[in-house]
Design a protein. Structure first.
Length: 420
């Protein structure tokens, strides 16, 4: 596609500048203040903000195996609407991507149906069962990292063996950290809300104890290590110390952990996810982790389920909420507009840092594919799940008033989302 995007606040080399973006054959050919001279179609962005396409390293697209929850087509449509041009798809699928034969089912669906870049995870163990290592040699050329997301690897010896092998491929171990022996049937945070309403709680230790174990194994193996969806103050402290010691460690958290605490829970499945929304003390520690660089990136953990699966209250609904279409407006409204983060910091957390760590997506630079997104930061609206493009509807942000509407997303020069 050839076009010119004019009159935009463009994120260039870490800062915003009023510029025009010239696109030729799907590539960015020029970013400047030069006026268009009738070369091709012109889109006047009227002062909107133009960002590099966001990158989400933690998305459940549910295909293959769980088409009734989401498909690669619907999931990437939702991603494009949310400003994302690259996502990493989690491996708790059917079949699980634990060998090339199984992974090829997903790769075929991605080639045929994805609107943006989708890079799969391979599993750490066969079937995510924690008993036998996956076929890393077969998976290595096609995956962004290895993870048994949805389950923590329980056996120390198994995780050590996995780290040793994955280190040899130069890939990342992306760990869902959860010690099953500490769960005791819990399903929300073990805090004031759980105690007051008679719910079984998930203690913070179930997360941070496994991070603590893994960091010991990282010291021994030197593997690249990434912690998924951290939610506790202890997790932040452990990762902060690991970075001070020079370990090759990164981590992510999600919008709901940064903007909510367990006092905001309601008796509704749309507030149930794993790990759970925790205390205000934990939320503040996560914010501190963002500000001092302990937390490297924000991912959504977009995890759609059917209405039936999410309609059984806090106790019996399945874990997981959707987030691709709400992440940026929620974070912009709650963190940037309130002065917690700058807009530049938020873009680094949603694009630059995940790109540098996982090697997916493209920068907003001359000579690069035109994979970008445009937001009107002044447009205010109320989040209504019935308007979502994802098949999932469960979000704790339903009914929230936010600022920041995605007007256009372009992937490799093709418009994959444009608001009407």
């Amino acid at each position: 596609m050839n076009c010119i995007l004019t009159n935009a606040n463009v994120f260039v080399q870490g800062n915003f500048t009023k510029s025009n973006v010239f696109i030729a054959d799907g590539m960015i050919s020029e970013i400047s203040s030069r006026a268009p001279q009738g070369e091709c179609p012109v889109f006047d962005l009227d002062g909107c903000f133009l960002f590099p396409g966001f990158i989400d390293v933690h998305v459940h697209l549910r295909e293959p195996g769980f088409f009734y929850k989401e498909t690669i087509r619907t999931g990437t449509q939702a991603a494009a609407r949310g400003g994302y041009t690259a996502v990493c798809s989690m491996p708790n699928l059917k079949p699980t991507p634990d060998c090339l034969e199984n992974l090829e089912v997903q790769l075929k669906a991605i080639r045929e149906n994805a609107l943006i870049q989708v890079v799969p995870y391979g599993t750490i163990t066969m079937g995510e069962m924690g008993e036998t290592l996956a076929a890393y040699d077969e998976l290595d050329p096609y995956v962004c990292a290895f993870s048994d997301d949805g389950r923590g690897v329980q056996q120390d010896e198994m995780m050590l063996a996995a780290m040793k092998q994955i280190k040899g491929f130069g890939k990342i171990v992306a760990a869902h950290c959860e010690d099953n022996s500490l769960l005791f049937g819990g399903y929300i945070h073990k805090g004031e809300y759980a105690e007051k309403h008679g719910h079984r709680g998930i203690c913070s230790e179930s997360e941070w104890k496994q991070i603590e174990r893994d960091l010991t194994l990282v010291k021994e193996t030197g593997v690249k290590y990434h912690v998924c969806h951290i939610s506790t103050k202890e997790s932040v402290a452990l990762i902060r110390q690991a970075k001070k010691e020079g370990l090759d460690v990164t981590c992510e958290t999600a919008p709901h952990y940064l903007t909510m605490n367990d006092s905001m829970l309601q008796e509704d499945g749309r507030f149930k996810m794993n790990p759970p929304i925790r205390s205000e003390e934990d939320r503040k520690a996560l914010i501190e982790g963002l500000l001092d660089g302990t937390i490297d990136m924000i991912a959504t953990d977009h995890a759609p389920h059917s209405a039936e699966e999410k309609g059984k209250g806090l106790e019996k609904s399945m874990m997981g909420v959707v987030g691709l279409e709400t992440a940026f407006p929620v974070l912009y409204t709650e963190l940037v507009k309130k002065g917690v983060l700058t807009l530049e910091q938020l873009i680094r957390l949603m694009h630059t840092n995940p790109r540098n760590r996982f090697g997916i997506g493209t920068p907003l630079e001359v000579g690069q594919p035109a994979s970008l997104t445009v937001f009107d930061l002044n447009q205010e609206y109320t989040i209504d799940p019935e308007d979502f493009l994802t098949m999932g509807r469960a979000t704790p942000f339903a009914g929230n008033t936010v600022c920041g509407a995605c007007k256009m997303t372009m992937y490799q020069g093709n418009i994959v989302w444009e608001s009407k």
